[in-house]
Design a protein around this ligand. Structure first.
Ligand SMILES: [Zn+2]
Length: 460
């Protein structure tokens, strides 16, 4: 089914997508098959001069419209949703017509033929990780985690837990869809769920144990969203099942939900699941970071090698008891990383890198949201001052290396509007400060938020 979708995409589906985008947005200057620029539909609210490339449209993966101007953010969100609705609705009909309408069977193609000779673990993981690093910009340790997770999908049943790959980003256009696309080319039996019904999802997991890839979870339709939630909540352990009514007589049937899952664009995973997930936080690609186009990539060789590697190492992995880095303290974090560390230990140097990645990625704690990070950094900014003008506060945030603030707004530093918007959720707004009555913030206005949302004074 996935191959079928790809084929259709190449056979003119993209052309149709571009046409639908133009219907919605007017003339678009296409730079590539999937990316173009148009006049911003919200141009009247632009407060600075307009460039020809302010408003960007992409129609592959989850089609998205993005405008550089901060005021347009909300409108762009709505327009993107609308564009997706048009596009996905059209393609849903198309797919159903070309399949048997009564049957929801999924076709994962012929089984993958194992590579002809034994495969070296370190070289295989090198190859997998190289594919990701050539095509997408991620934090370094994310490559390690995603690469090992990818290899894990081929033999996940050797373990008793299935860590979820949770992909987040502070903004749209951070490559979540691209990451999904690469995973789709490399994981075992990929099932991208934007194109299946809830019933098909349960049957597919029961019958095929696919790797479930959920892109744009938040724009999925309600029935499928609920089904995905059930799968995520129950499917972490090998014994995970859901109960559903099937057929005309509404017979009860259990479906196993234990399978690899990667999910992008979700804000509220239940705590118990979130803490056992591997969280990959993508940030916006910087101007000087170039990556190769992924369009003609063929993952067959890597897939065949993954199958062969598992065939030769399955027994070792079933009994593996990897040791954990001391910094990885929580039982749940250890649960989630255990399969990945066990695999990395059979792949040479990657055993060490995997432990570093586990520590680094668990530190950017899944419970810390972007706004909590902002509060924490504002607390440091106020360390020696009672009051700061907006400019002063922004300058301090911009100066924090390895924080999201220098690149938060489309690769540019966080600005006064965005700051005010993010603080509004804590009921904090800029006011007049100092003798000159300049716009700014006073430390005492943050006290309540600091005490509610931040752990007691830390060392950072
Ligand atoms: Zn705009």
């Amino acid at each position: 089914m996935v191959d079928e979708l790809n084929k259709q995409l190449n056979d003119g589906l993209l052309e149709k997508r571009r046409e639908l985008a133009e219907n919605l947005l007017g003339a678009i200057e296409w730079e590539t098959d999937t990316t173009g620029y148009c006049e911003c539909p919200n141009i009247e609210s632009h407060s600075t001069a307009n460039g020809r490339r302010d408003c960007r449209v992409t129609v592959d993966g989850a089609p998205t419209i993005y405008c550089l101007h901060a005021h347009c953010q909300k409108r762009m969100e709505e327009l993107s949703q609308e564009l997706r609705k048009h596009i996905f609705a059209g393609e849903g009909r198309k797919r159903k017509r070309s399949e048997q309408p009564e049957s929801e069977d999924l076709d994962f193609g012929a089984p993958i033929e194992p590579w002809g000779e034994p495969v070296d673990g370190q070289e295989l993981l090198d190859d997998i990780i190289r594919v990701f690093s050539q095509h997408i910009v991620m934090p370094n340790f994310a490559y390690v985690a995603v690469g090992i997770w990818n290899l894990w999908t081929y033999g996940f049943e050797a373990f008793t837990v299935a860590p979820i790959l949770q992909i987040t980003s502070p903004e749209r256009q951070c490559g979540k869809s691209l990451l999904m696309e690469i995973l789709e080319a490399l994981v075992h039996r990929p099932l991208l769920v934007c194109g299946v019904s809830a019933a098909a999802l349960f049957r597919a997991i029961e019958a095929y144990r696919p790797t479930v890839l959920v892109d744009e979870f938040d724009s999925t339709d309600a029935e499928l969203k609920e089904a995905i939630r059930q799968v995520l909540n129950s499917g972490f352990k090998k014994t995970g099942k859901v109960l559903r009514c099937v057929g005309e007589n509404h017979n009860l049937k259990t479906f196993t939900t234990f399978a690899p899952k990667a999910i992008a664009g979700i804000g509220d995973l239940p705590d118990t699941v979130a803490s056992r997930s591997i969280r990959i936080a993508l940030s916006r690609k910087l101007q000087n970071e170039t990556v190769e186009s992924f369009r003609h990539f063929d993952g067959t060789e890597i897939r065949r090698k993954c199958v062969r590697w598992w065939k030769d190492n399955l027994d070792k992995l079933k009994n593996a008891r990897p040791d954990f880095p001391v910094e990885l303290k929580g039982d749940r974090e250890r649960d989630g990383w255990e399969p990945l560390l066990a695999i990395a230990d059979l792949c040479g140097d990657w055993g060490g890198y995997a432990r570093q990645a586990a520590v680094a990625l668990s530190k950017t704690d899944s419970t810390e949201s972007l706004s909590a990070a902002l509060l924490r950094d504002i607390r440091s900014a106020f360390r020696f001052d009672e009051q700061l003008t907006t400019e002063e506060l922004l300058a301090r945030l911009h100066g924090i290396v390895e924080s999201p603030w220098p690149t938060l707004c489309d690769g540019k530093p966080i600005h006064a509007h965005r700051l005010a918007k993010m603080l509004a959720r804590y009921a904090i707004a800029p006011g007049n400060i100092g003798a000159k009555r300049r716009k700014g913030y006073s430390a005492e206005w943050f006290e309540d938020a600091f005490s509610r949302y931040l752990p007691t004074e830390d060392q950072t």
